[in-house]
Design a protein around this ligand. Structure first.
Ligand code: SF4
Length: 210
């Protein structure tokens, strides 16, 4: 519509498109606008073969007026993403779950998840599970180590997260020292619901029904 030549796949372009969108979104009906745009993109102005002939915006559309329908919008091919293996240790003592707020310089900054061990593979040796739980201030016997209860995949624009969840029932609450070392905090179910979380963590929690 506006003849913008910026690559829509580039994060730096977001500001440009946001500025244009801000001039269009009605403050009192942003949800309706959003729904309308999505339907327009699904039915009329589709990514491949838009139905320009019967488009009500034909006379205002820069791409149509300039013969650039197949050139705009510009979208570069996404780079092959890397796969990361997240092993989450879901430490629980009675009705308390231990969670932590994610730090900067990585995905999901400021969102809450569980104690995380990032590995090179989807499989974690039982010995590593025992060592990780001990490093977190808990205790588990080698014989108690079971397969992760859930495997969830989350695909982001430049990386894929393969997550494995290892629930660990603790026999005693984590000490303040262990909490500080692991950056964890104790939460009850009602508190967890209101914490900001990634879709991955939200899905896990709703699957286990904590
Ligand atoms: S004229 Fe074609 S390219 Fe332009 S908005 Fe309509 S359907 Fe999309």
């Amino acid at each position: 519509m506006f003849g913008l030549a910026q690559d829509i796949a580039a994060p730096a372009s977001r500001k440009v498109f946001q500025q244009v969108a801000d001039t269009l979104i009605p403050a009192d009906q942003p949800a309706e606008f959003n729904q309308a745009i999505m339907e327009f993109g699904a039915i009329q102005c589709t990514p491949v073969k838009p139905d320009c002939l019967f488009c009500p915006l034909q006379s205002q559309c820069y791409a149509f007026q300039h013969g650039l329908i197949s050139e705009l919008p510009v979208k570069s091919k996404a780079k092959a993403g890397r796969t990361r293996y997240f092993h989450y240790f879901v430490l629980q003592y009675e009705d308390t779950l231990y969670m932590r707020k994610r730090g900067p310089k990585d995905i999901w900054e400021g969102l809450y998840d569980f104690a995380l061990h990032e590995a090179d593979s989807a499989d974690l040796p039982a010995r590593t599970v025992v060592d990780t739980v001990e490093a977190l201030g808990g205790r588990i016997d080698l014989a108690q180590v079971e397969e992760p209860v859930q495997s969830l995949r989350h695909v982001l624009s430049h990386q894929k997260v393969e997550a494995r969840f290892h629930p660990v029932k603790l026999e005693a609450p984590l000490t303040p020292k262990a909490l500080a070392t692991a950056g964890l905090l104790p939460y009850k179910a009602s508190e967890i619901e209101s914490l900001p979380k990634s879709i991955l963590i939200t899905n896990y929690i709703s699957n286990i029904g904590f």
